[in-house]
Design a protein around this ligand. Structure first.
Ligand SMILES: Nc1ncnc2c1ncn2[C@@H]1O[C@H](COP(=O)(O)OP(=O)(O)OP(=O)(O)O)[C@@H](O)[C@H]1O
Length: 636
């Protein structure tokens, strides 16, 4: 979006000049549906019922044995509740209390029933307590396992995944969806199990008291089912849509935070605030309908519940007119039936809510599962382990190599046949977009081969594990990457080197004086992503890290672009002396930094345009390199 800022600024200006009304401009501007279209393409919304394997994924993530134990405890607790009601009805129906029994008999019966109630109560409480503890454990297991799988998959996702998915979309899965799994899914599944058991026990009790009630139960259950099915498919889809609509909010928010300076510089604060409101508004549309559908359900559930109570009472009255039933029906049974029917209304209402809740909450598991199954990079390690010394010579060979960023895109490197000898220093130049950075990414297998192979010291790198490959090469990237932490953490994250070694590399990179003046010196904080340092200083820290690792192959991707010429000169000298016996590939924008290289690779549109010593290339006035050197003022 920030990239579009300048062009939009121009188009807004042009719009004003063309005399368009502000509202029309605004509508065009906020036809930022283009943005949302991007999301539409990138974030597909599932439709229809959530697949059963999503539920299975959730139960598997809590451990099937744990899930089974939890279910068993719910059944035990439900059994206690039913026994409790039956015991109460037996108590109220016991003729000992209405006959002319002696006080001692009444006393004994009272003690029996009270003792029974207490035992059932204690049993019920214990079962609920055990169940709650088991449930809490299961939910934590499920959440942490789902989160772990999601995180490990995202961290191992192919780089193309990050090219096509905006950060906000990924953050949404880690924040909102994980939050729903943490707090919503588990308990909604438990409430569902509880309500099913409560429903079955209530229906059993009512049928025992008034068998006639079966005539009402069937159509009313059908009505409940109908309402529930109607509601759930709407609520489920609304939940999916509102989850999707929240992604652009996250993405926009993080973009705004990152581009705060640019937004202020262009005085586009208002536009971004409006944009943010617009996205929240779109999100609220789904939320509003989500809430409205809840109210719709509430009204119907209450009406159907009332009908159920009315029918139960009517059947009790009708039963008193039928001689066979009349003899069976006692006042305590009528009491039990009416109590249960009041319960059943709540239970049926609760069931519809919980089924919908489960279905809507499980959508988050579905979304997490989707990102837990994205295509991953190649294996971290394979059976083909390189020797400890590999690469000992640093010979790099590209044979008929070609690569692309994604299967649907064009090749960015084509027909690459190249051999770089041991300890050779190669300068790589070419117009922007020629494929220089892609070449370095290919060496690290950030992008995989589409054709041909790359061999390092005779080993085809595609047969190695990614970790084995990447830890044997060093890159100084265009964008220096630093972690939040101290200088020491950034230089030596695995604490493998001594302080004196760290100071030595800092001095080689011209940073010794700066670091020793910091409070705490090596333990001084670099800030989040190294924000306490300038870009040039960050590049120097990366260089120091490379000097410490000192692998046989070093790749520099415009690594000193942000440092001043004098420092650049010193660094180049340091690299030449410290990495004298290493193979170095240098992508350069300042031609003078690669003039002393052994050979220069000039790239054009992903192919090798020229590959020779600087002298030979400069001797040929027709060469591309000569033209570049001339433009840079290095030759006449
Ligand atoms: N993440 C990506 N997804 C798809 N295509 C990409 C990606 N990164 C680069 N490309 C394409 O690959 C081609 C080569 O880009 P590359 O970054 O390797 O060029 P470069 O020579 O390093 O350019 P520069 O000097 O500007 O860094 C370009 O056409 C570019 O559009």
């Amino acid at each position: 979006m920030l990239r579009r800022l300048e062009s939009t600024t121009v188009s807004v200006k042009e719009g004003r000049e063309a005399g368009e009304s502000p509202s029309r401009q605004a509508s065009q501007e906020f036809d930022d549906d283009e943005d949302d279209d991007v999301y539409d393409e990138q974030e597909e919304v599932e439709t229809g019922k959530v697949a059963w394997n999503v539920y299975l994924t959730y139960f598997k993530s809590m451990g099937l044995r744990n899930a089974f134990l939890g279910l068993l405890l719910i059944l035990v607790s439900g059994g206690f509740s039913l026994a409790y009601s039956i015991w109460l009805s037996l108590w109220t129906g016991d003729e000992v209390f209405v006959n002319n029994s002696t006080e001692s008999v009444k006393q004994a019966a009272m003690e029996k029933y009270l003792g029974g109630m207490s035992a059932l109560g204690v049993g019920d409480i214990s079962a609920v307590l055990c169940f709650t503890l088991a449930a809490a454990y299961c939910f934590c297991e499920a959440s942490s396992n789902l989160h772990r799988t999601l995180l490990s998959n995202i961290l191992r996702a192919k780089s193309s995944f990050f090219d096509v998915k905006p950060l906000g979309m990924i953050l949404n899965r880690f924040s909102k969806d994980i939050d729903v799994v943490d707090t919503g899914v588990g308990w909604s599944v438990v409430y569902l199990a509880w309500t099913i058991i409560a429903l079955l026990t209530s229906i059993g009790g009512i049928l025992y008291a008034t068998p006639f009630f079966v005539i009402a139960i069937i159509p009313i259950s059908a009505l409940y089912l109908y309402i529930q099915r109607f509601y759930i498919c709407t609520a489920r889809q609304l939940r999916r849509l509102s989850s999707k609509a929240s992604s652009p909010i996250y993405a926009h928010f993080s973009e705004t935070l990152h581009g705060c300076q640019t937004i202020r510089a262009y005085k586009h604060q208002e536009r971004f605030i409006e944009d943010n409101r617009d996205k929240i508004e779109k999100f609220n549309v789904y939320r509003y309908f989500d809430d409205s559908s809840d109210n719709w359900l509430d009204v119907r559930m209450t009406a159907t519940g009332g009908l159920l109570v009315f029918l139960a009472a009517t059947f009790c009255v009708v039963s008193t007119q039928i001689p066979y039933l009349k003899s069976h029906l006692t006042s305590s049974l009528v009491g039990l039936a009416l109590t249960l029917v009041f319960d059943i209304t709540n239970v049926l209402n609760g069931m519809v809510w919980t089924i919908s809740n489960v279905e809507t909450n499980i959508v988050s598991v579905e979304r997490i599962k989707e990102y837990s199954e994205i295509e991953r990079e190649a294996d971290w390690t394979t059976d083909n382990k390189p020797s400890r010394q590999w690469p000992s010579s640093g010979v790099i060979e590209f044979s008929k190599y070609a690569t692309r960023y994604r299967p649907e895109l064009d090749l960015v490197i084509k027909d690459f046949n190249l051999e770089i000898h041991s300890k050779e220093k190669i300068g790589i130049v070419g117009r922007t977009g020629a494929g220089k950075s892609s070449l370095t990414l290919a060496l690290f297998r950030m992008i995989e081969s589409a054709k041909g192979c790359i061999k390092i010291d005779g080993v085809d790198i595609s047969t190695l594990g990614l970790h084995d490959l990447r830890c044997r090469l060093t890159i100084l990237p265009q964008d220096p990457v630093l972690f939040s932490g101290s200088f020491r953490d950034n230089l030596d994250p695995f604490s493998s080197y001594t302080d004196s070694q760290l100071w030595e590399v800092l001095s080689q990179c011209q940073l010794k004086e700066y670091v020793s003046n910091q409070p705490g010196q090596l333990t001084a904080e670099c800030g989040e992503g190294g924000k306490n340092l300038s870009v040039g200083q960050r590049q120097l820290i990366c260089l120091a890290r490379a000097l410490l690792r000192k692998t046989k192959i070093l790749i520099m991707d415009e690594a000193t672009a942000a440092v001043d010429l004098k420092t650049d000169d010193v660094i180049q000298k340091t690299i030449r002396s410290e990495f004298a016996d290493c193979t170095i590939l240098t992508i350069a924008h300042r031609l003078n930094t690669i003039m002393d290289c052994d050979r220069i690779l000039v790239m054009s549109k992903g192919t090798i345009a020229e590959f020779d010593s600087p002298k030979s290339l400069l001797d040929n006035k027709e060469s591309i390199f000569y033209g570049m050197a001339k433009d840079a003022g290095l030759v006449e």
